[in-house]
Design a protein around this ligand. Structure first.
Ligand code: GAL
Length: 961
């Protein structure tokens, strides 16, 4: 490899990919050739800079007994071995002067000695493989330099057979945190140096293939599969016993097969047999094309219900073990996810084996992002500078060669957020030549010159609709516009799952289902990258003292860092469910629509259940006909009387990812008039000393605020409009409007004052007139509380009239009050079990729920508004003995309870900053503002904005116990 580097600068500042290594080839797990893992504890020394040219540690006999150790695979910064993680999204955490890197370049020297297994090496060679090292490495074996490489999330191999000894081999690896490669790896994630994937020795017997390429297409017209396995560097035979296939490598054979799809991941076990090695094959037959402007697999349009997955574990960073990879995929399948974009680099190779096995469509993305050049108007962007092209081509080849034999991989992606440039075109041309059987993706070039699909991130719903109609704004000249307009469309990123949210998923899904051009999207992103931290719980940017950082923008996943599903994932599961179950009003039937692309509902069982006020009344099985993909059937339900009917589609049998009974889809129908609580009227108010009594209520005579309801002390009951801004309320710094967090504060909504204008004691009412307004701002809410009672129960009607010019929506509109800490058990009839907001409520199940106030909290890594339950008819808060308070709504309301105030929630930066006090704070909201996705995308849709306007709402309270 020719070096391209400034004079006198070290190898790691060379723009080229490296030297001394082998050509890339396919990764595979099954072989009869020997392999030996070099994972484990290595000797380790960290130096603060790379200036030292002292390489004596690589010489045999070097005494490393004074060094510490580090676990391989791993990142030294996460193992207490020195240094610290650092998080930036776009900016490079070093001066941009490519290909130069800082003198302060943390350098980890790794040493390990090993003996060979008996019989090694046989008559062939041995290869030393690194599956991932960040950001570069220089390698010596037994004192001889093997070479160096960059390309952190890509494999690198060296031929080492001639250097190995039976015993006492010394492998030395020098890793620098920064290299020229860092300019190509500006993905939005933690910077985590180290040997973070496996290190392996692989026997390469004489007569073993150098590489092989499995081509397995499917012809949907006649149900045949055509298999051809190219084998490089050896003669071989291809055996697939189940299909009766026994052909020479290189020869094509056509047989009747069951195709591979993400819904039906049918794999055939086979073997590639050469004189030196038998390699296990798992063959999935499928064909992917763009035809009629659509991505089609096996002849059918597919709809991606996707997620973007970074590799992440809260303790081990990007060193992710096999169990965690499987866990990710099982969770995806259980939540109706059918596609993964491996943002923004090829994952651990074993992950793709699991995708083949469990069934997911994969966009495999190259390890390439140069986003930090955007701040320089893309001056010096490596993807548009020929000197970097060899490195780009090397990355493309390492991805394609490694992953080419996976049925699940249907699309290659050139990388992420690199602007535009000739280097990308060169990569695309190389990939097309090497693998014409897959599609090409890259989002960052609006000309779409190098790709097969039009891809965007974070477009608004309105824009997606235009694109769906192939009516988007014209682009470029007529010819390139026409080319792009004819392409299928995917959202490679949408629905930014940062903190509470994302809102607006249902509205996107409706567009994907309406417009065939819109073939779905990939939520950003799968998991929060919060690192386990002794003080903060989970740490985000800035928690390690970084000079530059992007705070909790690194926590924007559908899973919390510990892989607990967030409400966003529960919502996504419901929104993308592959079977729709919808009541057809007034008919006593439900419509069942098959949203799968390939399969019928034969793997599902359908059940129904009838509940009244959340109490089960009857249930049974439902017979559903075999509905073809895209078709629907209307099925009668025994819907007599009032109540809620729930129909569920559950797995009929255990699968690789879910047990029998796992709920795949559900729908509900409610019949009967809304239950409105009987009016609480008739009791007469009585004045006492400083107090007014009305039925079970006791009020402060001066402020009109209730102090007791029956035996239950009540604190601070009043109108509340504030919520601790969510990440989506705060919005992204680069998006101009709808950054409500700041606007609300400017409007003083977090510091509303309550002026009491009158406490009017009437015949059978107590009316408290107030004005709720912040200091120094011309906004106010004239608010009247009208209390009535019937002796046992207390009625409250709140009326609100806005005054002044309201230019911002309200965060919420309702009442809040405090109860003693003992009332920490909640029960309600309404939406549950988890939180919901106006545009995140698809997954809210109408029923009777019970949980502790503590369990009602959603543990967002950065504390913010959370935990509201939608559509609540009544709610109770009780102590262990059943004493407490019941609230019924005049209309369904939003119910929130927590052991801290919204102000405390707002002030906390990490979960441990929230401390339970002596009060349970309860919000009963008439309305709440939607969530949207403004932390990196569209805001709240107009129908979910809570504009300030006159409102009236009521509750009936009953003391319990
Ligand atoms: C995209 C980018 C992702 C991530 C996301 C925001 O622009 O491709 O890597 O930064 O925004 O979280």
């Amino acid at each position: 490899m020719n070096r391209t580097q400034p004079p006198d600068s070290p190898w790691y500042e060379d723009m080229g990919p490296g030297s001394g290594g082998l050509e890339p080839r396919a990764w595979y797990a099954e072989s009869d050739a020997g392999r030996m893992s070099l994972n484990g504890e290595w000797r380790f020394r960290l130096s603060p800079g790379a200036a030292s040219r002292d390489e004596s540690f690589a010489r045999p006999g070097f005494d490393a007994s004074g060094w510490g150790t580090v676990g391989v695979p791993g990142h030294w910064v996460l193992q207490g071995a020195g240094g610290a993680p650092a998080y930036t999204n776009v900016v490079y955490p070093f001066p941009v002067d490519p290909p130069r890197v800082p003198t302060a370049n943390p350098t980890g020297d790794h040493l390990r000695t090993f003996d060979l297994p008996a019989g090694w090496p046989g008559d062939g060679d041995v290869v030393l493989r690194f599956d991932g090292v960040e950001s570069c490495a220089r390698v010596w074996l037994n004192g001889r330099e093997l070479g160096d490489f960059k390309g952190s999330r890509l494999p690198h191999e060296f031929s080492v057979g001639a250097l190995l000894r039976a015993e006492g081999n010394v492998l030395a690896v020098r890793v620098h945190q920064w290299s020229s490669g860092s300019y190509l790896e500006d993905q939005d994630q933690w910077w985590l140096p180290g040997i973070f994937r496996d290190v392996t020795l692989l026997e390469r017997p004489r007569g073993a293939p150098r590489d092989f390429f499995v081509h397995a297409g499917y012809d949907h017209r006649d149900g045949s599969g055509t298999l051809r396995v190219e084998c490089a560097g050896a003669e071989g035979r291809v055996l697939v016993p189940e299909l009766g296939v026994d052909v020479a490598a290189g020869e094509a054979v056509t047989v009747a097969v069951e195709p591979w799809t993400a819904e039906t991941p049918r794999l055939y076990d086979g073997e590639l047999v050469t004189s030196g090695e038998r390699i296990g094959l798992r063959v999935g037959f499928r064909t992917v094309v763009v035809e009629d402007g659509l991505i089609k697999v096996n002849g059918r349009r597919v709809l991606f219900r996707g997620v973007n997955r970074h590799e992440f574990h809260p303790e081990t960073g990007r060193a992710v073990d096999a169990a965690t990879m499987r866990r990710d995929l099982v969770l995806m399948k259980q939540h109706n996810v059918n596609a993964v974009r491996t943002s923004h680099y090829p994952p651990h190779p074993a992950f793709l084996d699991l995708c083949d096995e469990l069934g997911l469509w994969v966009i495999d993305e190259c390890d390439l992002e140069t986003h930090g050049f955007s701040g320089l108007e893309w001056r010096g962007n490596p993807v548009d500078d020929e000197r970097w092209t060899p490195a780009l081509l090397d990355r493309a080849a390492r991805m394609v060669e490694r992953d080419k034999n996976h049925a699940s991989v249907i699309i290659w992606s050139l990388g992420n957020e690199c602007g535009t440039g000739r280097g990308l075109s060169a990569m695309a041309a190389w990939i097309r030549r090497r693998d014409p059987g897959r599609l090409l993706h890259y989002e960052g070039d609006p000309s779409c010159r190098d790709v097969d699909l039009y891809s965007r991130m974070y477009p608004t719903h309105a824009e997606v609709e235009l694109i769906g109609r192939r009516a988007e704004e014209p682009w470029g000249d007529a010819e390139s516009d026409a080319r792009r307009r004819a392409m299928p469309f995917v959202l490679c990123e949408y629905a930014h799952a940062m903190g509470n949210g994302p809102g607006g998923l249902s509205a996107y899904q409706r567009l994907f289902e309406r417009y065939e051009r819109c073939q779905g999207g990939f939520v950003w992103e799968w998991i929060d990258h919060g690192l386990a931290h002794p003080e903060h719980g989970f740490a985000y940017g800035g928690d390690f003292g970084e000079e530059l950082h992007d705070a909790n923008f690194v926590c924007d996943g559908l899973l919390f860092p510990d892989r607990t599903p967030s409400p966003g994932l529960i919502e996504y599961k419901k929104v993308v469910e592959p079977v729709r179950i919808e009541p057809v009003s007034g008919t006593g039937t439900v419509r069942i629509t098959n949203g799968y692309d390939f399969t019928g509902p034969a793997h599902l069982e359908f059940t129904w259940a009838h509940e009244v006020d959340g109490v089960p009344v009857a249930s049974g099985a439902l017979t559903v006909p075999d509905v073809a993909p895209g078709a629907s059937a209307q099925v009668p339900l025994p819907m007599d009387g009032v109540g809620v009917w729930t129909v569920r589609a559950v797995l009929a049998r255990d699968t690789a990812w879910g047990a029998r009974g796992h709920v795949v889809a559900w729908g509900q129908a409610e019949t009967g008039a809304a239950v409105v609580p009987a009016a609480a009227v008739g009791a007469r108010p009585e004045r006492g000393e400083g107090l007014i009594t009305l039925g079970p209520g006791v009020f402060d005579a001066v402020t009109g605020v209730p102090v007791r309801l029956g035996a239950v002390p009540v604190e601070g009951l009043r109108l509340d409009v504030w919520r601790a801004p969510t990440d989506n309320d705060n919005g992204a710094a680069w998006l101009p409007d709808e950054r409500y967090g700041a606007l609300w504060r400017e409007s003083g909504l977090h510091r509303m004052r309550h002026r009491v204008d009158a406490v009017e004691v009437g015949e059978d009412t107590v009316v408290v007139r107030t004005r709720v307004a912040p200091a120094g701002v011309g906004l106010g809410l004239r608010t009247a509380y009208r209390w009535t009672a019937d002796g046992e129960r207390l009625g409250l009607t709140v009326s609100v009239v806005p005054e002044g010019e309201w230019r911002v929506p309200l965060p919420r509109l309702g009442i809040r009050f405090g109860l003693p800490a003992a009332y920490g058990g909640a029960r309600w009839f309404g939406g549950g079990p988890g939180e919901a907001y106006p545009d995140t409520r698809a997954a809210s199940v109408l029923g009777r729920w019970r949980m502790s106030v503590d369990a009602m909290q959603t543990p967002y890594v950065r504390p913010q508004e959370n935990g509201a339950r939608a559509d609540v008819r009544w709610a109770e808060l009780t102590d262990g003995g059943g004493a407490g308070l019941r609230a019924e709504g005049g209309e369904p309301f939003w119910f929130t309870a927590r052991r801290w105030t919204s102000e405390q929630l707002d002030a906390a930066e990490h979960r441990p900053g929230l401390r339970a006090g002596g009060t349970v704070w309860v919000n009963l909201d008439h309305a709440v503002q939607g969530i949207g996705s403004r932390s990196c995308g569209p805001g709240v849709l107009p129908e979910h904005r809570l504009d300030a306007r006159a409102a009236e709402f009521s509750f009936v309270f009953t003391p319990l116990g």
